[in-house]
Design a protein around this ligand. Structure first.
Ligand SMILES: *Cc1c(COP(=O)(O)O)cnc(C)c1O
Length: 365
């Protein structure tokens, strides 16, 4: 947070706009839509809320299923459950770590055998890289189901020059505190479909019909973004390009220092993508490096440096132990051997060098 965020926040406060009412949320929605090239966007209290509202509009019923990547954060999956469907998990591709389009037909087959109806595909743009949306959309179109894209981690990412989220019927973004830009907590649902966004905006505001008394034809949510959060978002959005550039530079510095070491590899950037490097992720081959990611993580922790495992695949989570999964072993291998390194936009080159020093010393020991 910088002086621009502080100024916007205090101006909004002084103008009396603390709730969701007023012009600030609308201004943030317009600015976000313009920055990302979407026709329409509605701001919500979180990325999870954005996905839940989008999935609620599909009117899911018992016996319905939604295809999700297994390698992701649970915020991309819990809305499927809350909206009344069962997730079916699909492994990721080694090319971009996102839902592997080549495995999608198997997921439809598995659903059919179980008597489930697939109603949507909900892929994610993991760690700041767009999924192969065109290939996913081709399968979705062939089956007549929409794609709701979890682009929570991909604000600022592009595919063939278009911002993350395009190519899906709707895309959700997150401004949680750990994301590349933040509103403290918040999210956005974006689409080129004006009616879809208008309905989402209404559902997120208690589904009130336009009447002076309170009139409701369906139940909604209270998921609107606060003006104070939107004020932060307006200022943060202006720093997005600089943050992407810095995160990419941090990643490049890790690769320059460590990329030639045997047994170490870094997350791929697939053709046509601009990876934001929201997180810099390394993969180890413990057969070659000796020490594995957990040993290295503890060594970094002892030096007061936080590193974390790659997302634990959803099909390995106790809560989803009975879920269907199309598993090729790619996500499991990334979970076993991956390590997310410090990646914050405010890290200095000296910080990165200190991380690399600890990694080198640990692996040489
Ligand atoms: C952060 C995140 C979400 C949820 O966003 P919130 O704003 O935290 O609710 C969903 N999916 C993925 C992949 C995320 O990283």
């Amino acid at each position: 947070m910088g002086p621009a965020e502080r100024a916007r926040l205090l101006q909004t406060f002084d103008d009396g706009w603390v709730s969701s009412a007023g012009p600030v949320v609308e201004a943030f929605e317009r600015a976000f839509a313009e920055a990302t090239g979407f026709g329409h966007a509605t701001a919500l209290s979180s990325g999870t809320a954005a996905l839940q509202v989008a999935l609620t509009m599909l009117d899911l019923k018992p016996g319905d299923a939604v295809i999700c990547p297994t390698l992701t954060f649970i915020g991309g999956v819990s809305p499927v459950v809350h909206a009344g469907a069962r997730p079916i998990f699909v492994d990721c591709s080694a090319a971009d770590w996102n839902l592997d389009p080549a495995l999608l037909e198997q997921a439809f087959d598995r659903a059919k055998v179980q008597g489930l109806t697939v109603r949507a595909i909900c892929p994610a743009d993991l760690y700041g890289q767009c999924c192969d949306i065109d290939a996913i959309r081709a399968v979705a179109d062939a089956h007549g189901v929409p794609v709701i894209l979890d682009s929570a981690e991909a604000v600022g990412a592009t595919l063939n020059g278009r911002h993350a989220g395009h190519g899906a019927q709707a895309a959700a973004f997150s401004f949680n505190g750990n994301k590349i830009i933040t509103t403290g907590g918040g999210g956005m649902l974006a689409s080129d479909d004006a009616a879809l966004i208008a309905r989402a905006r209404n559902l997120a505001a208690a589904a009130r019909l336009p009447a002076i008394h309170y009139e409701h034809a369906e139940v909604g949510f209270n998921y609107r973004m606060l003006s104070l959060a939107a004020a932060l978002g307006l200022a943060q959005l202006e720093t997005l390009e600089a943050r992407v550039a810095r995160r990419r530079a941090i990643f490049d510095r890790y690769v320059a220092r460590l990329g030639d070491r045997p047994g170490l590899a870094f997350a791929p950037e697939a053709p046509g993508r601009r990876h934001t490097r929201w997180l810099s992720v390394m993969v180890m081959d413990p057969e070659i490096t000796g020490a594995g990611p957990d040993h290295l993580r503890l060594a970094l922790d002892a030096a007061n440096i936080e590193a974390r495992p790659v997302w634990k695949p959803m099909h390995l989570q106790p809560v989803f132990r009975d879920a269907l999964v199309v598993n090729d072993g790619v996500a499991e291998a990334l979970f076993a051997n991956g390590l997310c390194l410090p990646s914050g936009s405010s890290l200095t080159d000296a910080d990165i060098d200190r991380v690399c020093d600890v990694i080198e010393t640990t692996l040489d020991a």
